[in-house]
Write a protein that binds this ligand. Structure first.
Ligand code: SAH
Ligand code: SF4
Ligand code: F3S
Length: 424
């Protein structure tokens, strides 16, 4: 019996899909290379914005016709939407046979031996100890170091669908990262909703970085996501001291206005954030900064929104993921009054995107003429004589090369730039 997984949402879900592949392979399933060969299609889903859920429902509706040709075919929904929507996915005529939440993946083999079923209990201690995720044949690896989130930002569904924050065993992480390096994945990203609050016994996150930095088989270490309220001086120092930790941090700002940050329950002020940027730039020259921003949060006035644009101009992020606020049922902000009209959310979002595009282009163009070090990840899509990869400061670069360069570091000089690629 063969399974095929389609993954939506953040890197945590990508990592969970690798975990699920490991669990199913151990139980005797085989991986299908194409959806046409599958006896079981698993959708690992995201709930962060309504759009993410609508997309998956559309995909399932598109695939369920396959059941007419193959009555044995089963469809399973995993992940955050399975957790949020639960049995409603089984009740309606969605064509879904199994619904499995984020802490119940060990139950999958048993559940799949039944006709239909659901497991969505939270298990606030589940860290999937000792399991070997299947990293596929990529050159970069993503290693989950914590699960869940306790922050309850008022707009966010993640704590409701991922459960409480818990860290993965220190030794298990060290072993996993070393194994990734041994298997040719030299660029490793540590994952968690809030990696700065990692804790295992006496070990905190800076300590984990110092330990992982000793692993010879990897070239580069990255991590997402950092919460500005938990970014300690110790972490800034560890980033500066560890030669494998790349000169990049993703530090979601969300808004440049203090009343909005307060209503979002972010627990920091814009002044605190500016202070962090200053510290990071002082300790790590040329560090690149990326962020997440939300347009049209409930109660956001035009003056609040202008403060976000001001912060963008002042900080000059290398890149910003800009989102339009999306109401999530069950979150605090969903019941706030003063919801911003949809058209206004859209126009603010567009303004943000346009401003960031300009800044990103300037940031990328400033690298023309520089010699950069690229970790080659794949062949370029446009030419067989070119490869693509990332710089240490998390910019995509395209350079001359061939398949044998994948998984290696190459030096090159930047000839030109777009707002997304350095061309060497
Ligand atoms: N744990 C991470 C990422 C969480 S989700 C963090 O704290 O940064 C990724 C991003 O999605 C968030 O940073 C936020 O900008 C955005 N997001 C979350 N909920 C949202 C919502 N309801 N509407 C719009 N954007 C949202
Ligand atoms: Fe969501 Fe906030 Fe947790 Fe990030 S820190 S996952 S935005 S609740
Ligand atoms: Fe989406 Fe779940 Fe990640 S809601 S963003 S897949 S944690």
């Amino acid at each position: 019996m063969k399974f095929y997984i389609e993954t939506y949402g953040c890197q945590m879900n990508v990592s969970d899909s690798e975990l699920v592949s490991g669990i199913l392979l151990n139980a005797g399933w085989e991986q299908a290379f194409a959806i046409d060969d599958a006896d079981l299609i698993l959708f690992n889903t995201c709930s962060v914005r309504q759009h993410a859920e609508d997309r998956v429902l559309g995909r399932i509706a598109n695939e369920k016709h396959r059941k007419m040709q193959n009555p044995e075919l089963k469809i399973a929904v995993l992940g955050c939407m399975a957790q949020r929507v639960g049995k409603r996915l089984l009740e309606k005529d969605f064509g879904v046979d199994f619904v499995v939440g984020v802490d119940q993946y060990l139950q999958l083999p048993e559940l799949l031996s039944q006709e239909r079923g659901m497991e969505t209990e939270f298990d606030h201690f589940q860290i999937y100890p000792g399991l070997k995720p299947v990293h596929g044949d990529q050159s970069c690896a993503f290693v989950t170091i914590m699960r869940g989130c306790d922050n309850f930002c008022s707009y966010c569904i993640v704590p409701h669908v991922r459960g409480r924050e818990r860290s993965v065993d220190f030794e298990q992480i060290v072993e996993e990262v070393a194994k990734c390096g041994d298997n040719g994945m030299k660029d490793v990203t540590l994952l968690g909703q809030n990696v700065n609050s990692y804790r295992w016994g006496d070990y905190n996150f800076p300590r984990l970085l110092l330990e992982l930095n000793k692993i010879d088989s990897i070239y580069r270490l990255r991590f997402v996501t950092s919460h500005p309220k938990d970014l300690s001086d110790g972490l800034v120092q560890a980033m500066a001291d560890c030669d494998k930790v790349c000169e990049h941090i993703h530090l979601p700002l969300q808004s440049g206005s203090n009343p909005v940050l307060k209503a979002m329950n972010r627990k920091y002020t814009i002044e605190h954030y500016f202070g962090l940027v200053e510290k990071l730039r002082a300790a790590i020259p040329n560090i690149s900064l990326t962020t997440d921003l939300i347009a049209g949060f409930p109660g956001e006035t035009h003056a609040d929104f202008e403060l976000t644009l001001d912060a963008m101009r002042e900080i000059r992020f290398d890149y910003a993921f800009c989102f339009k606020y999306s109401e999530r049922e069950g979150t605090a902000a969903c019941s706030f009054e003063n919801q911003v009209p949809e058209t206004e959310r859209l126009s603010r979002l567009q303004e943000m995107i346009d401003l960031q595009r300009e800044i990103t282009l300037e940031k990328f163009s400033a690298q023309v003429g520089n010699e950069i070090e690229v970790y080659v990840e794949s062949l370029s899509k446009k030419s067989v004589h070119q490869v693509s990869g990332k710089t240490r400061d998390y910019k995509i670069a395209v350079l001359d090369g061939d398949e044998s360069d994948i998984g290696t570091l190459k030096k090159a000089r930047v000839k030109s730039a777009t707002a997304g690629t350095l061309i060497c």
